[in-house]
Design a protein around this ligand. Structure first.
Ligand SMILES: [Zn+2]
Length: 167
């Protein structure tokens, strides 16, 4: 057995020293200083982990968690899209998801990407109020429409100019 094979078997050797499957590794450890050192290091790590204890949760942890959960449940969602999103994310009815995903994709297209943070699954900070968002979207749309009007007007006046008889 070479050192690489032996070292990959060191955890088995440590956990079950008497097993016949680890006999070769055990023999190698006995004869190879490098692998013995590796084995001792692993053993030290394991015994250190044995002494480690998970910290106790703070008192009233359960109660605090329950209160937080109730608050989150009672908190009104920002808008219908937010509600749809949380329903999509937390709904247990899996068969319902594809349809909802399609509907949300459609809403995303119609919304012109105004809700592009849909893909961010981590809980976002409380969003700007839905009204502000809507106003911003309207403002953007208004600007786009004005630009389009401008273009059409330019187009028309250019047409008019060319249609006029040159005198
Ligand atoms: Zn070795």
């Amino acid at each position: 057995m070479n050192c690489r094979d032996c070292q990959s078997e060191l955890p088995d050797l440590l956990l079950d020293p008497g097993a016949p499957s680890t006999a070769k590794a055990r023999a190698h450890v006995d004869s190879c200083a490098e692998c013995r050192e590796e084995f001792e290091a692993l053993k030290a790590t394991m015994s250190l982990l044995d002494t480690w204890e998970a910290p106790e949760p703070s008192p009233y942890f359960d109660q605090k968690l329950a209160v937080r959960l109730r608050e989150e449940q009672a908190r009104p969602s920002a808008n219908w899209f937010e509600r749809m999103r949380s329903r999509l994310l937390f709904n247990t009815g899996r068969e319902f998801r594809p349809a909802l995903a399609g509907a949300l994709a459609l809403a995303l297209l119609i919304g012109g990407g105004a809700f592009a943070d849909l893909a961010n699954f981590h809980p976002a900070p409380p969003p700007v109020s839905a009204t502000v968002t809507d106003l911003e979207v309207l403002d953007n749309n208004d600007q786009a429409l004005q630009t389009m009007d401008q273009l059409f007007q330019d187009d028309n006046s250019a047409d008019d100019a060319s249609a006029l008889p040159s005198s």
